[in-house]
Design a protein around this ligand. Structure first.
Ligand code: ADP
Ligand code: MG
Length: 366
């Protein structure tokens, strides 16, 4: 490591091309291609069984694909055994050696790489400092809390300064508060390390918090790969829109190249028309405007009748019936005392949805 504690220019890009991994008739990785930039924090996000772990294991070398290519930098890895790929790994189940000390656990990757004892000691200490466990080297692993064990696992994955670090749901065994704290720490850690991180989670909020980019995975394929903001604001399919963030979904009818809702043409900046099958309007509740400026030519007007108001402390959830049988919800911030921004039940209200926030998507983009 350099004086600033940052490893010197080591991170590598990852390029996965047309990788297939089948278990009998099931394609866990179905012609998977993905590019991860050098030094990027890339998250693989998807439902259980979508192929996230299989992809990570293929990167690590524990799963051999039937076909396709995996390159680190320019080098083909498919035939390189796991211990020669130079990747650090962290799992949900910390996979520590329970009867060794913290120090011995963290030193293990250095020991098998035949690093000198003096060097081992210095590097282990530096790694423990990085995960805020300085001075814990002598402790036994079974004396540690879950959060501390996960930090030891992190230190062990980083101690040999790998150019690529793979993490498979590393925080899912921790309680919510500790998990959120560790998310912020991991992100800070990534800034200090010059390593490419591929991080697996099924928790969309965790993915949005931590990632430079997110690959949403569905049935062994990439449904969409984008920045957190782009995924949220411009999902390309109902699958992605549903998986990330809160949304209300209404079916729309495509007519003469325009999307219509209850017979009214919707203004939208979404492009559509290529995929087959039904299309949907995805509404993010916080983007709906109450009593919009009707002179704004880029507003869609969704008028309706308030059916229910649910007070939730910082905000109220207002359910509005639009059209004949469609219900949408919007979030109205609780305002200062005296101001009347929260509408009443049975009131008719007008809702605005800006063309740029009017997301029209097909069911799936696969
Ligand atoms: P995820 O990590 O996204 O939950 P996995 O990559 O573990 O998903 O699994 C993807 C699919 O491959 C699942 O349907 C799973 O049942 C199947 N699978 C994974 N590993 C094996 C295996 N060793 N043998 C048979 N099927 C497997
Ligand atoms: Mg998994």
């Amino acid at each position: 490591m350099t004086a600033e504690g940052k490893t010197a220019g080591q991170s590598l890009p990852i390029s996965v091309r047309n990788v297939v991994k089948a278990y009998g008739p099931l394609r866990a990785l179905d012609d998977m291609s993905i590019d991860v930039r050098a030094g990027e924090f890339m998250t693989l996000l998807g439902p259980s069984g979508s192929g996230k772990t299989t992809l990570l294991m293929a990167l690590a070398g524990f799963v051999s694909p039937e076909s396709g290519s995996i390159r680190f930098g320019g080098q083909e890895m498919v035939t390189v055994p796991p211990h020669k790929r130079g990747v650090g790994m962290v799992f949900q189940s910390y996979a520590l050696f329970p009867f060794m000390s913290v120090e011995e656990n963290v030193a293990y990757p250095l020991k098998i790489r035949r690093v000198s004892a003096a060097d081992q000691k210095a590097r282990v200490e530096a790694a423990l400092e990085l995960v805020q466990l300085g001075g814990y080297g002598g402790r036994r692993v079974h004396q540690l809390s879950g959060g501390q064990m996960q930090r030891v696992a992190l230190a062990r994955a980083m101690v040999f300064e790998p150019r690529i670090i793979l993490m498979d749901e590393p925080l899912s065994a921790l309680d919510k508060k500790l998990r959120e704290q560790m998310q912020i720490e991991l992100k800070a850690l990534h800034r200090k390390l010059d390593a490419t991180i591929v991080y697996v989670t099924h928790d969309q909020r965790e993915a949005l918090t931590m990632s430079d980019r997110i690959a949403v995975i569905n049935q062994g394929r990439i449904a969409q790969l984008d920045t957190p903001e782009a995924l949220y604001r411009r999902p390309k399919s109902l699958f992605v829109a549903d998986f990330i963030g809160e949304s209300v979904v209404l079916p729309v009818v495509l007519h003469d190249g325009a999307a219509t809702l209850n017979g009214c043409k919707l203004k939208t900046t979404s492009s559509f028309g290529s995929a087959e099958g039904p299309y949907h309007l995805v509404i993010r509740p916080e983007l709906l405007e109450l009593s919009p400026d009707s002179s704004d030519g880029l507003m869609n007007d969704l008028s309706g009748e308030v059916r229910e108001v649910i007070y939730q402390g910082d905000s109220a959830l207002v359910l509005v019936r639009v059209g004949v049988d469609q219900e949408i919800s919007l979030r109205v911030p609780a305002s200062r005392a005296g101001s009347a921004s929260i509408p009443d039940i049975a009131q008719r209200i007008s809702l605005g949805l800006h063309a740029e926030d009017t997301i029209i998507v097909p069911e799936t983009a696969l």
